[in-house]
Write a protein that binds this ligand. Sequence first.
Ligand code: SAM
Length: 285
Amino acid sequence: MNEFQERGPRRVGQVKEVTSLANPVIKDIKALTSKKTREETGTFMAEGLKLVIDALELGWTIRTLVYAKAAKGKPLVEQVAAKTVASGGLVLEVSEKVISSITRRDNPQMVVGIFDQRWTTLRDIHPKPGETWVALDRVRDPGNLGTIIRTVDAAGASGVILVGEATDPFSLETVRATMGSVFAVPVAKATAEEFLAWKKGAGVSVVATHLAGAVDYRTIDYKKKPVVILMGNEQSGLPDMLAKEADALARIPQSGRADSLNLAVATAVMLFEARRHILTLSETR
Ligand code: SAM
């Protein structure tokens, strides 16, 4: 059992000073670079004061706050430290060497938070009129997933469903690429079979994107029902078992020599088109 596995009554919050890389708490935090440890502990790491403030404002549970000595006394850092202590979390004041080794960066952020993961379950997703969701088939690349979560947030879409074996939304690389949107966008995971079973009862229109899609993505009615935009895997595209269950197979017409668009770029094009049909001008900035 490690620092983040305590599930009983939360301890009274406390502040500790740590300068040694051999400190067991630091070792536990560094172990969060492994997916297995993140799954076992149900926690993950987010870097940067802004992200930590956003997460706390959105009600995420912080287990540990780590800040570099140089950040001590800054009013916002003091505020998040006080909030962490008040909610029973641990606050660590560490040397720059320690925070560099936690984040594996030479120029590390001054603040790092360890939070409980939060997953949405498919059976709790009941898309309402005007909502747009994104489903990703076996997304592999953490940068793509993070960028898509950020884009879902920016486009005013409702969330992401990870279909099949996917990269971890709570890895450091994905969280970095979300730029904080990981705290604002619900994420669920499902097998392909679970996703198709859910689709039957959810009252949604699944618009799958496919290089051989028959329909120009600009001609689709995105308003008729809540829409799930289904995107294929980076290497192999969308498998037939998912493509044949879609309500439309959409294609983004291309020019030039490129075979396809990058997954995150294609998702952004689809999302902003779908949302353009739904949002009025006054709903965007
Ligand atoms: N070699 C893959 C294939 O044959 O499908 C390319 C996959 S592409 C990098 C990743 C995903 O982005 C595709 O499965 C599709 O969902 C979407 N995509 C990329 N470009 C697209 C386009 N021009 N029209 C529709 N979907 C596209």
